[in-house]
Write a protein that binds this ligand. Structure first.
Ligand SMILES: Cc1ncc(C[n+]2csc(CCOP(=O)(O)OP(=O)(O)O)c2C)c(N)n1
Ligand SMILES: [Mg+2]
Length: 576
């Protein structure tokens, strides 16, 4: 027999990860849909394969072998009712925490329920049969390949997690007859570390910490992270919602430029802590280590290789030995940040302009809530005082609960000021909560009213190509009084708010001291700022184009002179 691995690359990925994890024992049952997998492992002497024609028995054989050897055992079977016969033994394995990896296989999932012979619906499995189950298909794009790697790794990690247990991956086959692949692809192999495990060496290279949205930090965690950065010449990137206030903080949004990518954003290792970030950071990292007590794979930067299931402070303290004091990367990042910030030109009247004017002037110890996307993005370019904590509804990214979330936070401490920066659509969505009888005078809302979701009119938004045609339905323009100067004024005043308004820079500068009054005022304050979508977009363009590198600059030049087609043409010629 002169065959090698199948060309079906999801199968290759599965085999590569199995080998990397040292999983070699397989019980194979006969069939057609699993030929891609069976023929591939049969050609690789690494695997120790046994045959069992009866799937019910095959799975019990796997139980016996796993229990006796202490090793995971892989099962493989085909379509029809084959996989149904795994149920009894997988149930046994579930309750005995035996690491059985059931690799089922099938035709394309779109055949489910359409009377294709041998096709079952495997979308649900009883709760006590496997700990994890998923289908994977051949990967035609990088995105699909990344997804397959994540799913294969998750399944295998689950085999051993919390004492171990059975899992299932369903391989969708294209029945390829090509078994000519001699070498398995290089794959991402993900490992999980518990506190009791020996931790890997910190790699040599450029190391950074990226913080997603994060609750308020305590001193112990800040000290551990700062010491880590000092020892490893690392920096901490993230947006306001990271709430990190230590010495190594870099608010990296300004590095997200249209025609410039700084090497300070290219890391060998990123240590990711916290939850979802709404920043859309441009950091690239060759490898990511995620640190979180939940121990889950969360791979937004798409290069996660290790998961540390532990408290953040314990992780950093384990790597904080030694006393080198190297702040070179911090200095480089800070210099670049300051240089780029200084290059921001005078902006048109906009959310960004307001942020630039007042972000540093927020009263000490106040709390800032930012509406998702446009407001969060605008304020992320400019630092706020360290005593100010910042939150945004980036968990679900809804525009539906901004005012309520702000009010909820403000109930906690009546002596503290709670600021909210919010767009008109988000405000009107949730404005009924302004009438909640618990609203206190510690609330200050800045409503940026541009009469639409200006997000969809920004120069770099996909809807931009529709120009004004984006207004009626994509940007939902013209609702809610269409920038009425009276509507919110009446509503807010009738509910006991002090109302301020500004439609230009001069107006704004006149009212802003009142809005930022550090003492709690007699009434809560609502400042309605009327801006124009074009100004909002122009301001964003200005901050995203303060720097240009030679390569992107040349590309931009070609684009301006020849259009997108010209860029394609030049790319073809120069081959890049
Ligand atoms: C509940 C919900 N519906 C729709 C969206 C999609 N969405 C994201 S931003 C946005 C526009 C928000 O407009 P506005 O609050 O006026 O802010 P602006 O972009 O004008 O600053 C919409 C509709 C969402 N995030 N949540
Ligand atoms: Mg708006």
């Amino acid at each position: 027999m002169n065959t090698h691995y199948t060309v079906e690359n999801h199968v290759q990925i599965l085999i590569a990860v199995l080998k990397a994890k040292g999983i070699r024992k397989v019980i194979a049952s006969p069939g057609t849909t699993n030929i891609a997998f069976v023929a591939s492992i049969q050609s690789d002497s690494f695997f120790e394969i046994y045959s069992a024609a009866d799937e019910r028995s095959a799975a019990y054989i796997a139980c016996g072998l796993a229990a006796e050897s202490g090793e995971p055992v892989v099962l493989t079977c085909t379509g029809a009712t084959a996989s149904r016969n795994y149920y009894p033994a997988l149930t046994e394995a579930y309750y005995r925490a035996l690491p059985i990896f059931a690799v089922t296989s099938s035709q394309v999932l779109s055949h489910t329920g359409q009377y294709f012979p041998q096709m079952l619906d495997r979308s649900t499995i009883a709760n006590d049969v496997v700990k994890y189950h998923v289908s994977i298909e051949p990967a035609d794009t990088d995105e699909q390949r990344w997804d397959v790697e994540n799913k294969v790794n998750t399944a295998i990690l689950e085999l051993f997690r919390n004492g171990g247990g059975p899992v299932n991956i369903n391989l969708v086959t294209r029945y390829s007859k090509d078994f000519s692949v001699k070498e398995l692809p290089k794959v991402r192999v993900i490992s999980r570390y518990l506190p009791k495990d020996k931790y890997p060496e910190m790699p040599i290279g450029k190391i950074g910490i990226y913080v997603g949205s994060h609750s308020k930090w305590n001193e112990e965690l800040t000290a551990a992270v700062d010491k880590f950065c000092q020892v490893h010449n690392a920096v901490v990137f993230g947006d306001h919602t990271s709430n990190y206030k230590g010495k190594y903080k870099i608010l990296d949004s300004i590095f997200g430029q249209d025609n410039f990518h700084s090497t300070v954003s290219d890391w060998d290792l990123m240590i990711y802590i916290g939850y979802i970030s709404g920043e859309y950071s441009t950091v690239r990292a060759k490898k990511v280590w995620r640190v979180n007590p939940d121990g889950e794979l969360r791979d937004v930067f798409k290069t996660t290789e290790k998961i540390f299931q532990t408290e953040e402070v314990d992780f950093f303290n384990r790597y904080n030995q030694g006393n080198p004091n190297n702040d070179a990367l911090l200095k480089e990042c800070k210099d670049l940040y300051n240089k780029m910030l200084a290059k921001i030109p005078e902006l048109p009247f906009s959310n960004l302009w307001c942020a630039k004017q007042i972000s540093q002037k927020l009263p000490s110890n106040s709390v800032l809530h930012l509406g998702i996307l446009n407001s969060l993005r605008s304020w992320n370019f400019f630092d706020v005082p360290d005593s100010v904590s910042v939150y945004s509804n980036v968990g679900g990214f809804g525009i539906d609960g901004f005012v309520s979330s702000l009010i909820g936070a403000s109930l906690f401490n009546k002596e503290q000021l709670y600021f909210g920066i919010v767009g008109d659509l988000a405000f009107f969505y949730d404005m009924n909560s302004l009438g909640n009888r618990h609203v206190g005078n510690n609330i200050r809302i800045m409503l940026i009213n541009n009469g639409r979701g200006t997000e969809f009119r920004n120069y770099n938004h996909p809807a931009q190509r529709f120009n004004n045609d984006a207004d009626p339905y994509m940007a939902a323009a013209g609702h809610y009084g269409n920038k009425s100067p009276n509507l919110i004024k009446h509503y807010a005043e009738d509910l006991g708010f002090e109302y301020l308004t500004a439609s230009n820079k001069e107006d704004f500068l006149k009212v802003i001291d009142r809005f930022l009054e550090p003492e709690i005022t007699e009434k809560p304050i609502l400042l309605e700022v009327f801006t124009d979508s074009k100004d909002e977009s122009d301001a964003l363009f200005a901050v995203r184009n303060v720097e240009k590198d030679a390569k992107s600059g040349a590309k931009q030049f070609v684009k301006e002179m020849l259009g997108e087609k010209g860029v394609g043409f030049v790319k073809k010629i120069v081959g890049k």
